[in-house]
Design a protein around this ligand. Structure first.
Ligand code: HBI
Length: 98
């Protein structure tokens, strides 16, 4: 019983606890957009997430323009959401101090 896909109830519960994240329309994925004071701050944040992601072997899908970072999380291996996405989202919420 390796990595499991979250049930819809588990998704609902996880999103309620995560707050600022929302479901992507038409895809089992969650998203959040973060704004920073400048590019340097945004890229420093991305660097911290990148190090976590590589250690966790779980990587975000993200887009950055200047001080904005748009993040989408999903688990490709299960074609949906897994606890790894929730853990990464929690880490992101914790280090995104504005
Ligand atoms: N990142 N978001 C995400 N989803 C995955 O399924 C995933 C990953 N990073 C690495 C990874 N899977 C590896 O376990 C597989 O590519 C082997």
């Amino acid at each position: 019983m390796g990595l499991q896909k979250l049930t819809s109830q588990e998704q609902t519960d996880a999103l309620a606890a995560l707050k600022d994240w929302s479901l992507v329309d038409g895809r089992e994925a969650i998203k959040r957009t973060l704004v920073f004071k400048d590019f340097n701050a945004a890229f420093g944040f991305m660097t911290r997430v990148a190090l976590y992601a590589d250690k966790a072997d779980h990587h975000p899908e993200w887009f950055n323009v200047y001080n904005r970072v748009e993040i989408t999380l999903a688990t490709h291996d299960v074609q949906g959401l897994s606890i790894r996405d929730i853990a990464l989202a929690k880490f992101i919420n914790e280090i995104y101090v504005q």
